[in-house]
Design a protein around this ligand. Structure first.
Ligand code: GLC
Length: 744
């Protein structure tokens, strides 16, 4: 009797589960499955093919007639096609001419703005203000979504630690926590509450994973990192993006453990999809599936297609190997049709969620496009965001802000001072130099009447001549102060822009040395996309401002800071070395067995160089202000907690200077003794606070178990009892210290 009862119970359970399952099935999933049932194999493969518009963002491949392909149902999405008119024209080809009228997705690299260009991501991260980043990305989403584009290949979440790598400019810097925070708010800003909103667009976490670790900072080159480094440093920002329900993930060009990411089943299918439960679309990088052949892991396009689809890469961007081979591979039983169906389902699901089947032209609102793009509100926001992203690196004798009552003449020098193109940097969406204001023009707008302004280019970006230099030195000699706007061109950063030197280009450095001989005070305004070796400049130049590529309103933002309309508060999200010879150099390094401490650094047998010390020029989290802040000692509400408990760490910060300002208060923690070597510190939290001159503010952080976890020898996340040190301060070098114990 018991057996029968058990059997009955199981039947009831199954039916409830089955019934329950049907009753709860997402209505979109049903629409997707119904549509897939109608599709031919060729139409399914078409959904996995992404074609580019005329403006390529990678090596140009074989030219195809994309309209014909779209009408034949052989394309699922496009990139680099934007603007309501263009998108409507191309979407019409799919809706009016293809058999099943499946709408297309349109993607674009809206990396730091669409038409209104914001500071480059490395600058956005320098704000250390998630709400500033959210604001920039939200405006970008509103502009692109009014202009036909519903998919951005942003945020780039690569941890960047080698300044030779050009894509540092697109990153949020070297730290997993800071990058995770900025990545999360970017996804939230782009994707909004839900995809049925007209200004919600799909975000993309890229480039999954480890691309920033290319050896020697050389673009697309070998990546060789340990499993521990992968999971402790490079994976966290992608996990944060997946936990924020990012719509798509782009595997990197590079390899992990010898396996190119476009064929990396373990990390794409097993980890991303199965372990992390990522439900979205995976889109290859440009031609990356076909480049499996160059990697030496695929014999030909068909082999590359098999490896890509098996790894779990849904969309082949541009390459064509899916389009040219997958149908035959399925027919030859070399690829199960179920794999294709799953990829197609994920793509169609996003199209349904975006509402494209109801209205394929939802994002083509020419009226909204006109009023949204480059609106005065967006420009004003761009100026505010740029001000928050500019880092004051040096300010001897408070030379800044400029006291114009004592200054009768100003020399502005450098071709970057008048450049309207470089200031918006690489990956500038559809931003245009026609819309930007140069540093020189911005200074002209604000300089007091009667002050003489002498402008001389002094040098091109990478070459100069005697007459240029002489004219600049002459102008400088006749002026009370020199504002030198120097650095890198936009093309010297971004993709395919690694540099073997990280100094200001020689031609400009020579100019700067001649200017310094005049003995006039110099303010160096840097425009660049990577940490630079500024050792000489730090010794000889009294004021240095790191503006990165500050965007459409960058010129005005720089002038606001130079002339004191805004007090700088940004901090470096990436270490500036004293020399390339110190690289890799990140703040959260291990201790090693023979550390060069203050006690041991003079000894022979310690970890150091013969010709330079170990310290960076400017540490992670560093940035100055026109005011000054003092920190009280740290107060811990407990000195001992059990595993699972939390404690509060507080400081009182006083603005001891003469002007109101903002301070980025940073919380770092160190595990003093563990079963594996732990970093000397890890950023765990931060807060940006405004404090009026003379005022004090109490800042408290809650330290929880999440802050104390790490991977043990077996790569299991655990907390071990022991002593932990807490550092709260203004950067990773200058802080107050306390300690607490964790007990079983
Ligand atoms: C490029 C970049 C990637 C970008 C894609 C589309 O090669 O690596 O970041 O999203 O192609 O432009």
């Amino acid at each position: 009797m018991k057996k029968l009862k058990d059997f009955a119970f199981i039947v009831v359970l199954n039916s409830v589960v089955l019934f329950g399952f049907h009753a709860q099935e997402n209505p979109i999933d049903k629409k997707v499955q119904d549509l897939i049932a109608k599709m031919t194999l060729e139409e399914k493969v078409g959904q996995l093919f992404q074609v580019s518009g005329e403006e390529v963002t990678g090596p140009r491949g074989e030219k195809i007639n994309i309209t014909e392909y779209i009408k034949a149902g052989k394309v699922g999405s496009c990139l680099n096609i934007y603007g309501t008119k263009n998108v409507m024209r191309v979407q019409k080809a799919a809706i009016e001419s293809s058999r099943l009228k499946i709408p297309l997705l349109f993607g674009l690299d809206v990396i730091h703005g669409y038409k209104t260009v914001f500071p480059a991501p490395i600058a956005l991260a320098s704000s250390w203000d998630p709400e500033i980043v959210r604001k920039a990305q939200k405006i970008a989403a509103k502009e692109m979504s009014s202009s036909g584009v519903m998919w951005t290949f942003t945020p780039m979440l690569d941890i960047a630690r080698d300044p030779r790598w050009g894509r540092v400019v697109e990153s949020f810097g070297e730290d997993p926590y800071l990058v995770s925070v900025m990545g999360r708010v970017s996804v939230e800003a782009f994707q909004g509450e839900s995809f049925d909103k007209k200004d919600s667009v799909m975000a993309t976490a890229k480039h999954y994973v480890g691309y920033g670790a290319v050896q020697a900072g050389r673009e697309y080159y070998t990546v060789d990192i340990s499993k521990r480094t992968l999971w402790e440093i490079y994976m966290p920002p992608f996990k944060a993006a997946v936990d924020t329900h990012v719509a798509s993930v782009m595997p990197a060009f590079t390899t992990v453990n010898g396996v190119p990411m476009s064929a990396n089943k373990e990390l794409v299918n097993d980890v991303l999809r199965e372990k992390w439960r990522f439900q979205g679309i995976t889109v290859s990088d440009w031609n990356a599936i076909h480049e499996l052949i160059n990697h030496g892991v695929a014999e030909n396009g068909a082999d590359a297609a098999v490896q890509g689809i098996n790894a779990g890469v849904d969309i082949d961007m541009v390459g064509g190997d899916y389009m040219n081979n997958l149908a035959a591979l399925v027919k030859d039983n070399k690829v199960p049709v179920a794999l294709v169906d799953k990829a197609v389902a994920r793509i169609l699901k996003k199209k349904f969620e975006l509402g494209l089947f109801d209205n394929p032209y939802k994002y083509c609102d020419s009226e909204k496009e006109k009023e949204e793009l480059l609106s005065s509100a967006n420009r004003e926001a761009a100026r505010e965001i740029a001000r928050e992203s500019i880092v004051l690196l040096k300010n001897d004798n408070n030379i800044l802000p400029l006291k114009m009552k004592d200054i009768k003449s100003v020399a502005v020098v450098g071709s970057l001072a008048e450049s309207k193109r470089d200031i918006i940097g690489p990956w500038c969406g559809i931003g245009s130099e026609k819309d930007t204001i140069s540093v020189l023009d911005a200074i002209k707008d604000v300089i007091p009447r009667g002050t003489v302004l002498n402008y001389q280019k002094g040098s091109e970006i990478e070459d100069n001549n005697e007459s240029l230099v002489n004219a600049a030195v002459n102008a400088a000699s006749k002026s009370d102060i020199i504002i030198a706007v120097l650095g890198e061109s936009s093309e010297m950063s971004g993709e395919a822009a690694s540099r073997s030197s990280i100094e200001i280009p020689e031609a400009q450095k020579t100019l700067l040395k001649w200017l310094s001989i005049t003995g006039k005070p110099i303010v160096l305004v840097l425009m660049n996309g990577r940490p630079l070796d500024l050792s000489w400049e730090d010794k000889h130049i009294p004021a240095i401002l790191e503006t990165w590529f500050p965007g459409t309103e960058g010129g005005n933002a720089i002038a606001d800071i130079l002339f004191g309309k805004h007090n700088p508060s940004a901090k470096l999200p990436i270490t500036f070395p004293k020399s390339l010879g110190q690289v890799p150099i990140a703040y959260n390094h291990l201790m090693c067995g023979r550390p060069a401490t203050t006690e041991t650094v003079t000894q022979k047998y310690v970890s150091k160089y013969l010709d330079i010390d170990n310290e960076p020029l400017y540490p992670f989290g560093y940035g100055l202000t026109y005011t000054a802040f003092s920190y009280s000692p740290i107060y811990l509400d407990k000195k001992e907690i059990k595993i699972g408990e939390s404690l509060a760490a507080s400081v009182v910060i006083k603005n001891t200077g003469k002007v109101d300002g903002k301070e980025v208060v940073q919380l770092y923690i160190r595990d003093m003794l563990a079963s594996v070597a732990r970093p000397i510190m890890d950023l765990k939290d931060f807060k940006k606070v405004s404090i009026k001159s003379g005022d004090s503010v109490k800042i408290s952080f809650t330290i929880t178990s999440d802050h104390l976890k790490f991977y043990n020898k077996d790569m299991e996340e655990i907390i071990e009892p022991g002593t932990f040190e807490v550092y709260i301060g203004t950067n990773s070098r200058d802080y107050q210290k306390e300690s607490f114990k964790v007990v079983k």
